[in-house]
Ligand binder design. Sequence first.
Ligand code: PLP
Length: 391
Amino acid sequence: MFSTNFLSNDQVNLLAKQYGTPLFVYSREKLTEQAKAMLDMPAPYGVQIYYAMKANPNLEILHVLKELGVGIDASSGYEAEQAIAAGFEPAKIVLTSQQLAHNLAELVKLGVHFNATSLRQLEIYGKSFPGSEASIRINPGIGSGHSVKVNVGGPTSSFGIWHEYIPQVHELLKKYNLTVKRMHTHIGSGSDPQVWQEAARISLELIKNFPDAEIINLGGGFKIARVPEEHGADMSEIGKIISRELTHFAETTGRQLKLELEPGHFMVGNIALLIARIDDITDTGPEGYTFIKLNTGMNDFMRPAMYGSQHPIAVLSDSSEKHDYVVVGHNCESADLLTPAPGDPEVLMPRTLNKAEIDDFVLIGGVGGYSATMSATDYNGFPSAKEVFID
Ligand SMILES: Cc1ncc(COP(=O)(O)O)c(C=O)c1O
């Protein structure tokens, strides 16, 4: 069994009986653990954590995090509205959206912090709120996602104001008498503390262009380990490294910057399991593959099909025999593959699993983030998997 599993076989059977499958099961305890690891990270001049709710806007998740003092990173005006409806104070919400929010003026008047991610957004904000405080997202010219699909910095990324356009930012600040109080970068840095040091250094260099800025927001992108080959971010280690950079910055410039972070996947990725049932087992002959077909797939969980992301999978059977299987979803779509090669959704990568029988339950781990909400919902007409929280 894989290390992020938190259910016994009996609990799986009970939950499946009670709610049916496919079923996302979330652990409140795991969520609290992850949130505390973030909240406890060191920062010399204060830190505020905003949960990137696009990772999973499940109401219970939002409520648990709100009680712990976490704010919200909203990716659209709609998400900001959802966060307010869930009870978050508007002042605890930062809105960083690719598409200009339809309700921007209303949200800003309520106290939501608007983070401009393009020159156009900054201009529109300036026109509506001249003489106010502003927040800007800069694309610093580098990124470190594991593929172009998740790279959120550098020339292949449309996110943020390109760093060479800082003079144009200054023209807009002057035109509308705006003061930049927060500078934001998000380059998807992963788990290596050295890469975070680099990200912090680059961002601190950029914030020198905005002498009134009091807050540096380094976004999210703190990796978790879902399978043994992956390394998760150690927040106390990364916190120490970023703190060193902030302290050095304060000593050399006299500016003590408050730190903000926006973890999504780190908070929720490993707090969930997906229970599925084996609907069929087929094969393509002795030279081919044996396929396990589940009663779930890309309509509930499309990260493997989209990114080639690796998730632990276990067949819950009593058999001590093992067999190599390609695990696929139930959609009429060859891309609906749950065991791709790492980072390559095009390549089938069989896994050695317990010998499976039709109707056996299968557990899939690491499905708390960008799963239930970032999927091909309604595809093939399948209803979405239910979601349940356990204590
Ligand atoms: C601005 C911003 N903040 C935070 C996040 C959260 O990233 P992650 O879930 O990798 O922590 C994202 C993700 O794309 C983002 O774009």
